[in-house]
Design a protein around this ligand. Structure first.
Ligand SMILES: [Zn+2]
Ligand SMILES: [Zn+2]
Length: 240
């Protein structure tokens, strides 16, 4: 297996961890207060699989308990490690039904429509290896529930890609946004959207969920004032 250079593991709160890569991150819900089943939300870039396994062991958990990998969308920095984890541990791979053809490489993912402000960042972040074709075992859509964290809810957030999703854990106030949201010096609309207008509408939907813990596709997790920051982001970006 290919390896990515470095990975950092952070525990956000009991049961919730993040594996951070130079580009991309993967969140782990450890199910310790339930059945002990492990769920990953996103799987990092290509080569991340082995590092994620090390990270799971480093937390004192058994990677054989990896039950599912939920992919927020098909970009290579989110599903790069999914195929090897699914193959090694039989984890169920979950994606929106509109995104699955891109994850499986049955159809090419349309390129983003870049705005002026994104051009330099786009050039600087090219060159990640493409994700391998990855099987998808469970197709989801808006409102579907997944059996972890007391009932996880799928929110369809089209715009960044057609089948982007967010994963909401209403019993814990946790929201995984994928690339609809990025955190830099503030919480903001992410970058590189196929349909920016749709992404803004998706951001407003996520803000309405009022999460206590915001887990973005890129950047730091927000555990204080997350709901207000998301609302502000939706207002700011509505004005762009
Ligand atoms: Zn993306
Ligand atoms: Zn991304």
């Amino acid at each position: 297996m290919a390896q990515v250079r470095s990975m950092e593991t952070l525990t956000i709160r009991p049961g919730l961890h993040v594996f951070r890569f130079p580009v991309g991150q993967a969140y782990l819900w450890d199910g310790a207060d339930e059945d002990g089943a492990l769920t990953l939300v996103d799987a990092g870039p290509v080569g991340a699989g082995e590092r994620i396994v090390e990270g799971i062991r480093g937390l004192g958990l058994d990677p054989a308990r990896l039950e599912r990998v939920v992919l927020t969308h098909a970009h290579e920095d989110h599903c790069g490690g999914a195929a090897e984890l699914a193959a090694a541990y039989g984890a169920e791979v979950v994606a929106h039904r509109w995104e699955a053809p891109f994850v499986r490489h049955e159809a090419p993912l349309p390129p983003p429509v870049l705005i002026e402000e994104e051009l330099a960042l786009w050039e600087a972040t090219r060159g990640l290896p493409a994700a391998p074709p990855t099987r998808v075992d469970r197709l989801v859509e808006d409102g579907d529930a997944l059996p972890f964290a007391g009932g996880a809810r799928i929110t369809h957030t089209p715009g960044h890609t057609p089948g982007s999703i967010a994963v909401h854990l209403p019993h814990h106030g946790v929201l995984f946004t994928g690339d609809t949201v990025a955190v830099t010096d503030r919480v903001r609309l992410g970058v590189f959207h196929i349909d920016r207008e749709a992404a803004r509408a998706s951001l407003r939907r996520l803000a309405a969920l009022g999460p206590g813990v915001l887990c973005p596709g890129h950047g730091e997790t927000v555990t204080e004032g997350a709901a207000a920051a998301l609302l502000r982001a939706a207002e700011w970006d509505a004005g762009l």
